[in-house]
Design a protein around this ligand. Structure first.
Ligand code: FAD
Length: 414
């Protein structure tokens, strides 16, 4: 049953797109409206940090062409941000003053970059990297940059460091923590990653704090750290993101570093409101408590689940989390969720470039991180998705690929 009010999605990114395409795919025939504060068609963010983008026309990052929305009667209100929710009247209020009632509201507002809290962060030549417009600005700056300082050794910073190095720039990554990707990747794999970045010519300074950015005539000239000054004509920072949950907070919905939702991704405060993607904090069978994940898989699968639920098919959210990051010729892939207390075993593949870190909890495989070993990543996803128990002993002298094949053959024979 649909009503005239229909579905309103706030946020035209990966998750918002997934909601509306699943809604129509599942036969929902009520009004569907997407408010998107960026002027662009919904686009993918992963390519933004994996190559240098210079011309808007040369960037092919749209998720689907405009005709997709037109043909499915999905109203895209591009460049129109929502500024308030009136939950009592089930209405959204846009910055333009427009008000639109909803039957179901989906918050898909993503995350914003954590600002760089040092003097000089406003100088010309200092960039964050989150939106298409950011990527175009960074791409133009990379065309002439010689000394690039990347502040933050996370996924986005490391990807961009490789892009800059491939263009011949001198690149230094400055990371406050003692290791690269300190929260996202097991310590066992971090050292190998660092080694590979250094071998490709990227200088890595860990345990190093940026104190200030200095310039002349408004342009960046150097980055001052606690171990000395680094010349810089381009600074790109990626020091984490914070969820865009302010609409929910202002509307008195439960929020704690993300909009808190139940296993069906409904706000725990209001059953007519759901939240998906980077802005949602949700229970997950693979996590101990609530998690907020920033990945394409999470945004896509959560959006699809909510779209299908509104159209009539409800199920708890339980998709296996997985992630990838391309850092030059390093392909890092992660399946499952590792906790700091898990036991990790590092195993080399048949070539020196291939590595896998297997994380076990109570002698049960819970997550796998791989470097340049796509087949092992895919096998990990197959086994973890099917909840097939894998113990450390099962992997002695074997790989997940071999194990998955052996189990499949045994099933066929049985
Ligand atoms: C540079 C970069 C590289 C990445 N690379 C990878 C990768 O390799 N692999 C991977 O798995 N993940 C990657 N990610 C993460 C992935 O892109 C995100 O997890 C995913 O885009 C989240 O989707 P989302 O829809 O929740 O948020 P977003 O895609 O960020 O979309 C949210 C949209 O909502 C809009 N919005 C916010 N508030 C309002 C409002 N009040 N009114 C209207 N619109 C609003 C925002 O402007 C934005 O356009 C990357 C992210 C970035 C930034």
């Amino acid at each position: 049953m649909t009503s005239a009010a229909g579905v309103v999605v706030v946020g035209g990114g990966q998750a918002g797109f997934s909601v509306v395409s699943a809604l129509r795919g599942a036969g929902y025939d009520g009004p569907v409206t997407v408010f998107a504060d960026e002027p662009h068609l919904p686009y993918q963010r992963p390519p933004l940090s994996k190559k240098a983008h210079t011309e808007p026309d040369g960037v092919r990052v749209d998720l689907v062409p405009e005709s997709f929305y037109r043909e499915r009667d999905i109203e895209l209100r591009l460049g129109e941000g929502v500024t308030a929710l009136d939950t009592a009247r089930r209405t959204v209020v846009a910055g333009t003053g427009a008000r639109l009632p909803y039957e179901h509201l989906v918050l898909a507002t993503g995350a914003r970059n954590r600002p760089l809290p040092v003097p000089g962060a406003e100088l010309t030549g200092v960039h964050a990297l989150r939106s298409l417009d950011d990527a175009l600005a960074v791409g133009r700056a990379l065309a002439t940059a010689r000394d690039v300082v990347v502040v933050g050794g996370g996924f986005i910073g490391l990807e961009l460091a490789q892009v800059a190095a491939a263009r011949g720039a001198h690149v230094t990554v400055v990371e406050l923590a003692d290791r690269l990707l300190s929260r996202a990747v097991s310590p066992q794999l971090q050292e190998h990653l660092r080694d590979r970045h250094e071998r490709s010519g990227v200088r890595v300074l860990t345990g190093t704090a940026v104190q200030a950015i200095e310039g002349s005539q408004g342009r960046v000239r150097q980055v001052v750290t606690d171990v000395g000054a680094l010349p810089a004509d381009l600074v790109v920072y990626g020091i984490g993101a914070v969820p865009r949950d302010e609409l929910a907070r202002d509307a008195c919905l439960a929020v704690d570093d993300g909009v808190i939702v139940d296993e069906q991704l409904r706000s725990v405060s209001d059953p007519w409101i759901s939240a998906v993607g980077d802005c949602a904090r949700h229970p997950h069978p693979h996590a101990d408590g609530l998690v907020r994940l920033e990945s394409v898989q999470n945004a896509t699968d959560q959006g699809a689940l909510v779209g299908r639920r509104i159209a009539g098919a409800s199920a708890p959210y339980a998709s296996l989390p997985w992630f990838w990051s391309d850092q030059g010729d390093i392909k890092l892939q992660i399946a499952g969720l590792r906790a700091p207390s898990d036991t990790v075993r590092l195993v080399a593949g048949d070539s020196a470039e291939r590595l896998a870190a297997y994380a076990f909890r109570d002698d049960r495989l819970v997550a796998v991180e791989t470097l340049n070993w796509a087949a092992e990543h895919l096998a990990a996803r197959r086994l973890l998705e099917r909840d097939t128990p894998v113990r450390a002993a099962d992997l002695a002298g074997s790989t997940l690929g071999a194990l998955a094949r052996a189990r499949r053959n045994a099933e066929v024979r049985a």
